[in-house]
Design a protein around this ligand. Structure first.
Ligand SMILES: Cc1cc2nc3c(=O)[nH]c(=O)nc-3n(C[C@H](O)[C@H](O)[C@H](O)COP(=O)(O)OP(=O)(O)OC[C@H]3O[C@@H](n4cnc5c(N)ncnc54)[C@H](O)[C@@H]3O)c2cc1C
Length: 306
């Protein structure tokens, strides 16, 4: 994953620039804040693991932390600042800007049930609201729903989802944050967003379509109130999302085994927004026979057997 991830920011910056959305990519990195010496040890250990990949956070004491994020309470005694990653205050607006760029360049959106996909002659056919659509090449990119369609054509993958929740909060007395901050010892993240301060929970292991549970948010919200300047909840219930996963935490990108013209691009787990553009580039390169930007072998569906 390392070379693939290393290319992700540059792809976003290029695409956002072309889409007129530079302002939706925020610099300043993110911070893993800790509350105790034990937390500092954890942050140190994680930093050690990342060293071989050329990633080195800057360690901040309380004064340096507060210089960057003055509204963190005294419970945060320091942090590890990863300065390079980008973040966005509005992933929906970012995705919409990319979609508009696609249309400006001659792309077209059609709506329909992807499960209507079927082989037709030498290619493929899908039913949309404006009729049947034929194509020589088709990509299955349905995130957490991809497995259903892949199985229809005989591909069985050890596919699962990690669910997660988020909630937006009023900022207390307009005190805000300027970048995402992780409460390392409690396992949730708070990010300044267009819609308010967003608390994002960790991974919930549940079936994709199980009813939502309030347990994750209820558990971490009191911790968040200790550390962050969050006020009232802004929505009646949390958003529930599903991260599409494979057990080796690598997406499947490449040809569908034994089905010419059918392609796969899903399973981006915690990093689908980050990896969207670079993943699209790799798949396009494989489809058109261009030299791929990274070795595609680790992403092939065949790694799980057939
Ligand atoms: C709480 C949480 C926090 C996250 N934070 C981050 C983060 O900070 N950074 C990051 O990079 N990633 C993050 N992710 C992960 C990211 O959201 C996913 O990896 C990403 O959404 C996957 O993108 P996708 O396009 O593959 O799937 P999706 O975005 O899920 O899109 C799949 C689409 O397929 C459509 N669809 C499904 N079935 C059909 C059908 N039969 N016919 C037609 N359409 C269909 C769905 O409606 C949907 O629009 C987070 C996820 C969660 C849950």
């Amino acid at each position: 994953m390392a070379p693939f991830l290393a290319a992700a920011s540059a792809e976003h910056l290029k695409l956002a620039h072309e889409a007129g959305a530079d302002a939706l990519l925020r610099r300043g990195g993110w911070i893993k804040a800790f509350r105790s010496a034990r937390g500092e040890d954890m942050a140190n250990r994680e930093a050690e693991e990342l060293k071989p990949y050329g990633i080195a956070p800057k360690f901040l004491d309380r004064a340096a932390l507060i210089a960057l994020e003055p509204n963190l309470s005294e419970k945060a005694i320091g942090g590890a600042h990863y300065a390079d990653p980008l973040s966005t205050p509005d992933p929906e607006a970012l995705a919409q800007s990319y979609a508009a760029l696609f249309v400006n360049r001659g792309g077209r959106f059609e709506t329909g049930d992807a499960l209507s996909l079927e082989p037709a002659g030498a290619g493929w056919m899908v039913t949309t609201e404006s009729g049947r659509l034929a194509a020589s090449d088709v990509v299955i990119a349905l995130g957490p729903w991809s497995n259903e369609l892949a199985r229809r054509f005989g591909l069985r993958l050890p596919f699962f989802v990690k669910r997660g929740y988020h909630m937006h909060y009023e900022a207390k007395g307009n005190a805000g944050l300027t970048r995402p901050v992780l409460d390392l010892e409690r396992g949730y993240l708070v990010t300044p967003m267009t819609r308010g301060l967003r608390l994002t929970t960790g991974a919930e292991f549940a079936r994709r379509d199980d009813p939502p549970s309030s347990a994750q948010l209820d558990r971490v919200e009191p911790f968040a109130r200790e550390l962050f300047p969050i006020g009232a909840r802004k929505e009646p219930k949390p958003w529930l999302g599903r991260r599409p996963c494979l057990p080796d935490m690598r997406p499947v990108i490449g040809p569908f085994p034994g089905k010419p013209g059918l392609w796969l691009d899903f399973g981006h787990h915690h990093l689908g927004l980050t990896l969207g553009p670079v993943s699209g580039r790799l798949l396009a390169q494989l489809m058109t026979g261009e030299a791929p930007l990274v070795d595609p072998a680790p992403f092939r569906a065949e790694r799980f057997g057939r």
